[in-house]
Ligand binder design. Structure first.
Ligand SMILES: CC(C)(COP(=O)(O)OP(=O)(O)OC[C@H]1O[C@@H](n2cnc3c(N)ncnc32)[C@H](O)[C@@H]1OP(=O)(O)O)[C@@H](O)C(=O)NCCC(=O)NCCS
Length: 213
């Protein structure tokens, strides 16, 4: 079951705010929202927008998944905690989205949405997702994906794209179960520790009428 609520409300009635202040407070409220889900083992999964205090967990979490050497095309842990703090700040003032998931108030994974680089592709968000080893298979990834779609629509994205190693069956099953369409395979796109890996490309149109070409 999903429950969405705000944990801080503005104390000033919206009618007393200028349009710019209104837009800012709506954005602020959106960033303070929490979503709750129940994990397969009965625990509460909380999904929320990332805050600067999450930077260290996100950095360490990303490095831990890179170190597994199986799931991401990054070969060695990179970036610094400061990079993550900058990204979180950017996400609070732009259409970038960074969501974290927590169980028992512990960071267990995160998801990013970034506008595509081209001017003409600003309606397209590129999605990245990791869940910490030890918390996989209990619904964390699915919870983050559900919230991502809701937030993407709010941020005026019309399509989400993502890619994964074609050998990553868990990820592919998750994306396909949520209606992501396989739109191509890039053969031998990555070389992971000497072995070629194909890349599976997925996309989902967020407004139903855009689904057909
Ligand atoms: C792929 C990943 C994000 C999925 O997140 P997750 O929290 O483990 O997935 P969920 O528990 O929400 O499961 C969602 C679906 O994934 C699939 N799945 C999850 N665990 C699975 C497993 N052990 N075997 C097969 N399918 C599995 C199922 O389709 C599942 O659907 P269900 O909930 O109806 O059973 C996560 O396993 C992960 O971070 N892996 C390492 C990093 C990675 O691969 N990131 C994605 C790169 S594109």
């Amino acid at each position: 079951m999903k429950l969405t609520y705000y944990w801080i409300f503005t104390t000033r009635p919206q009618s007393f705010l200028s349009p710019r202040e209104c837009a800012y407070s709506v954005l602020r409220l959106r960033r303070l929202r929490l979503w709750e889900f129940t994990s397969r083992d009965g625990r509460k999964i909380v999904v929320r927008h990332a805050m600067p205090e999450d930077a260290r967990h996100m950095h360490d979490g990303f490095c831990a998944v890179v170190e597994e050497g199986k799931w991401l095309p990054t070969l060695t842990p990179n970036g610094t905690i400061s990079d993550w703090i900058s990204w979180i700040h950017r996400a609070r003032t732009s259409r970038n989205v960074l969501l974290v998931a927590e169980i028992d108030e512990q960071y267990v994974g995160h998801l990013s949405l970034q506008p595509e680089e081209w001017d003409a592709s600003q309606h397209v968000a590129s999605l990245g997702l990791i869940v910490m080893k030890g918390y996989r298979g209990i619904g964390v990834g699915r919870s983050l994906m559900h919230v991502a779609e809701e937030v993407a629509i709010e941020n005026e994205f019309e399509k989400i794209i993502l890619s994964t190693f074609s050998s990553n069956e868990k990820a592919r099953r998750l994306y396909e179960s949520l209606g992501y369409e396989l739109v191509g395979i890039r053969r031998r796109h990555f070389k992971m520790f000497g072995a070629y890996v194909d890349e599976a490309l997925y996309e989902k149109h967020l407004s139903p009428e855009m689904g057909s070409h």
